[in-house]
Design a binder for this molecule. Structure first.
Ligand SMILES: *Cc1c(COP(=O)(O)O)cnc(C)c1O
Length: 477
């Protein structure tokens, strides 16, 4: 690698480029379709034979990449569950990549910092944290694989099988319980872990989209009677469609009684527990065996960063460690390497951006940001409910508002067509961004509030844009 005397100069330029970019986001369109020529130029970029100066590269980044963002940095981006980056996290990313360790294990700052921030995350959401009881992951999809692998191993061991050595051969079908609102990453994990998606039972939900404990108990009893091996319940601390939070108390009771592993998907919503107004919905969360959550969502830690937390650290180690038990005590602190607790060997330095993001706002600042989002979401829900041309489709439990346009004179089929087309029509106008979903068989749109710089005025723009886009679409029909 050539020496880079121009690094300092380029780094200063990079700081200006990034600061200008972030400053310009709120005044720019939220998102625009890419110019076809610009898109093609990126796709067709030829492999360069010769290198270029660092400052020249910054010019290309500023001219060809940064003008076409996803939109999630904008205060009027309400799509999916994608947040604006926390500025402290942006800065930390540069420092972390300058150090560029592998956070697999050893005695260097990143490893110890990861232990600390995993504990911070557990403390933020009120989950028990034994030493070693968690690690950072690429996201909740990976955290779910990690947690469900531990659940699988524990259940198999209790039934007298060794999944690590023998796979699932010989075991009765291992049954997991989910709801219709469970995120698809759970199914993906079940498929990858050899459990099979057919072994995931979809349990009924109540009118608010929460898993029904009585239906769950009945399903478990039925599977036991049929000789199957129920082992896992997945509950949600904030579903992706409506932000519904399951009733953890009764579910945890059943899991304790039936010896089932309770996994909670808190990717989007776990941090909602920091808002005193809605904290009661999360009662019993701390009783789960594992919790997956995403600092790269509501906390705004720059992607990627998920986190797997477990009640019993040994369950993770027993699932992933390839270090024989007799060697383990020689490791510093006795906890061993992170690579003994999850799937990754070489691991990125994720903890610095988590540390910076939390340290910048503090617990109280984060709680205030969360409460701001839930308050705006409730307000948006009220405005939707008060508008005869709109229909609120679910109670606002956290910070997601699910609704649809319902102009007078359209039948259900026409309403579905309208609402299916609505998200893109809103997005293309460039003033606000929301996404669609299907709720109880009906096309819907949803707005997810994760950005503490979003204002009430932004909600006004959002609803004006929804009405305008709906009007465009209905006149066209
Ligand atoms: C985002 C999300 C996931 C998946 O997490 P990734 O970080 O995208 O892998 C799972 N569950 C819920 C509720 C989510 O919002």
């Amino acid at each position: 690698m050539p020496a880079q005397p121009d690094f300092r100069t380029a780094a200063h330029s990079a700081a200006d480029l990034v600061a200008d970019y972030l400053q310009g986001v709120p005044g720019s369109p939220v998102w625009q379709p890419m110019d076809p020529a610009a898109r093609q130029a990126l796709l067709d970029a030829p492999l360069p034979a010769e290198g270029r100066e660092l400052t020249e590269l910054l010019g290309v980044i500023g001219a060809e990449v940064m003008p076409a963002p996803m939109g999630n940095g904008h205060p009027r981006f309400f799509g999916w569950v994608n947040s604006a980056p926390a500025p402290a996290g942006v800065l930390a990313t540069l420092a972390a990549s300058a150090m560029n360790p592998s956070s697999a294990g050893g005695d260097h700052a990143d490893v110890h910092l990861e232990r600390a921030v995993v504990r911070w995350l557990a403390e933020l959401v009120g989950f028990p944290h034994p030493p070693g009881g968690g690690l950072l992951t690429s996201g909740t999809s990976m955290a779910t694989i990690v947690c469900l692998a531990a659940a699988r191993g524990r259940a198999a061991a209790r039934a007298g099988y060794d999944v690590r050595a023998d796979g699932l051969a010989g075991l009765p079908p291992m049954i997991g319980y989910v709801s219709g609102e469970t995120h698809s990453c759970v199914r993906k994990a079940a498929e990858l872990l050899g459990l099979g998606s057919r072994q995931l039972r979809t349990v009924a939900t109540d009118a608010e989209g929460r898993l029904d404990p009585a239906a769950l108990a009945a399903a478990v009893a039925e599977d036991r009677a049929a000789g199957r091996l129920p082992f896992l319940v997945v509950a949600s601390a904030g579903t992706v469609n409506t932000g519904a939070v399951d009733s953890f108390g009764p579910i945890a009771d059943l899991c304790a009684e039936q010896d089932l592993w309770l996994h909670v998907d808190g990717a989007y919503g776990a941090f909602g527990v920091l808002d005193p107004q809605i904290a009661h919905r999360y009662a019993g969360l701390e009783r789960a065996d594992s919790l997956a959550l995403d600092p790269h969502k509501w906390l705004g830690v720059p992607v990627d960063c998920g986190c797997a937390l477990v009640r019993d650290a040994e369950q993770l180690r027993a699932t992933f460690s390839l270090v024989p038990a007799y060697l383990r005590d020689e490791e510093a602190g006795g906890l061993g390497w992170f690579s003994e607790y999850g799937t990754e060997q070489t691991r990125p330095f994720r903890s610095l951006k988590v540390w910076a993001t939390i340290a910048h706002r503090g617990r109280d600042g984060i709680a205030a940001d969360i409460a701001h989002c839930t308050r705006l979401a409730r307000l948006l829900g009220e405005r939707v409910a008060a508008d005869p041309e709109l229909e609120l489709l679910a109670p606002v439990e956290t910070s997601i508002v699910a609704f649809r346009a319902r102009p007078a004179g359209l039948d259900e089929q026409a309403l579905d067509a309208l609402n299916a087309a609505l998200p893109l029509a809103v997005q293309r106008r460039g003033q606000a961004f929301l996404t669609g979903t299907v709720l109880s068989g009906r096309e819907a749109v949803r707005a997810c509030l994760l950005n503490a710089t979003t204002t009430e005025a932004d909600l006004t723009v959002l609803l004006d844009e929804v009405r305008a886009a709906a009007a465009e679409l209905t006149t066209r029909q």
